[in-house]
Design a binder for this molecule. Structure first.
Ligand SMILES: Nc1ncnc2c1ncn2[C@@H]1O[C@H](COP(=O)(O)OP(=O)(O)O)[C@@H](O)[C@H]1O
Ligand SMILES: [Mg+2]
Length: 251
């Protein structure tokens, strides 16, 4: 299969403010374990990283460490302080944000945008908060790494920075697939989500190494103490989907 990644049209400007529609955005499946206080602290830490840190990727070593949940809550929390925020769901292999928010199969997301099948106004969604917009992952593409390493992805982030105060990017686990490091190469900063007691020090160090190699500034770690017993959704969902080292999704 051949995809010409160098010739897609110019990115339609975010300033035109045309969107594909509005979603009532849900950050989590349950939500009861999330405390606003934690996210206020995280938000404060991000705000103090400096005005040159606007595009931030969240990653972790493994799946189920809370990346997607934290990325969504952090983006929402930043928007609540009237900072214009864009959440990009860049886990094109297995998007939980998509499942939580879009039921139709007939929509476009990041994968369609990066492959030149859709322009910005088909993939940008407004939410209930006027300062909070989202680009969902789109359909599972055969070449996520290539798409995320493309000039079009870089340009997307550059033009987003002209309009948004923050762009928060969710990504797949770096211990399994390389996507997050490729994303990080186009970002101002990266934060590592860590589930204490669930991953080894070596695993955490490897994630850090990969991000350093990408040339991205590491902003710090976000500790997420997941209590699996409290999330009914957790087991049911994750038995079905796994990442494989090749990056292919298996059922
Ligand atoms: N602090 C937490 N306590 C309990 N459950 C959590 C916590 N953080 C995340 N979860 C739940 O764990 C599951 C995996 O989280 P998710 O954000 O999808 O992880 P990842 O994106 O790293 O794979 C979800 O069902 C989510 O609701
Ligand atoms: Mg995720």
């Amino acid at each position: 299969m051949f995809l010409d990644l160098n010739t897609p049209n110019d990115i339609t400007s975010f300033t035109e403010n045309k969107s594909a529609g509005k979603v009532n955005f849900n950050t989590t499946s349950s939500g009861d374990y999330l405390t606003n206080e934690n996210f206020k602290t995280l938000r404060t830490n991000i705000l103090f990283c400096g005005s040159d840190i606007k595009t931030i990727v969240l990653t972790s070593s493994r799946e189920n460490e809370g990346k997607s949940t934290i990325a969504a809550e952090l983006a929402k929390s930043l928007a609540e302080t009237n900072r214009k925020t864009l959440l990009i769901d860049a886990d094109m292999r297995k998007s939980v944000l998509l499942r939580r928010n879009i039921s139709s199969q007939n929509f476009y997301g990041l994968s369609e945008f990066l492959s030149g099948q859709a322009e910005l106004n088909r993939v940008l969604y407004n939410t209930q908060n006027p300062d909070f917009d989202v680009i969902f992952s789109g359909h599972f593409p055969p070449n996520p790494v290539e798409l995320l390493g493309s000039e079009r992805f870089k340009k997307l982030l550059e033009s987003a920075k002209e309009v948004y105060d923050y762009v928060i990017i969710d990504s797949p686990p770096l211990g399994t697939v390389i996507d997050a490091a490729v994303i990080a190469a186009s970002c101002d900063g990266a934060a590592i989500v860590i589930t204490p007691g669930k991953i080894t020090v070596k695993e955490a160090a490897e994630v850090k190494e990969q991000l350093i190699k990408s040339g991205c500034k590491i902003l710090g770690a976000i500790l997420n103490d997941i209590d699996a017993k409290r999330t009914k959704y957790y087991k049911k969902y994750y038995r079905k989907y796994e990442y494989t080292p090749s990056g292919k999704r298996i059922k």
